[in-house]
Ligand binder design. Structure first.
Ligand code: SF4
Ligand code: SF4
Length: 110
């Protein structure tokens, strides 16, 4: 399932030459429509939900659509990257949001 792009939040990563989602996608699947200035997945069937683009977006404009077997199409999962912490925002098929916060890196004391 390709990531869902929130066109209201996507800035196209201007003025960067290459957007962050393009930069990190291991399958070279993300692109920015020059005319619209918005990201899209150019080959959705090849996306394997690694979520690299979703984590890298500085605007929180990308979300992972949950596959049918897990939650039907309305369900979404969006990670919000923090310093040493990742917050997962999970929206179920009824629109109810749950938030999970995990430490994802141990930063040594200096
Ligand atoms: S990283 Fe986010 S803001 Fe930048 S082009 Fe991709 S979706 Fe848009
Ligand atoms: S989820 Fe992974 S494979 Fe799919 S478009 Fe994003 S970076 Fe590429």
């Amino acid at each position: 399932m390709p990531p869902v792009v929130d066109v209201h939040k996507c800035s196209g990563c201007a003025p960067r030459e290459e957007s962050r989602c393009e930069e990190v996608c291991p399958g070279d699947l993300m692109a920015v429509d020059i005319a619209a200035g918005k990201a899209y997945c150019r080959n959705p069937r090849d996306c394997w939900d690694c979520m690299s683009c979703v984590k890298a977006c500085p605007n929180g404009a990308l979300a992972t659509r949950m596959p049918y077997q897990l939650g039907y199409f309305k369900a979404r999962l969006r990670p919000v990257m923090g310093k040493g912490v990742i917050t997962w925002k999970c929206v179920d098929i009824y629109g109810k949001e749950r938030t999970y916060k995990y430490r994802n890196r141990i930063i040594p004391d200096t």
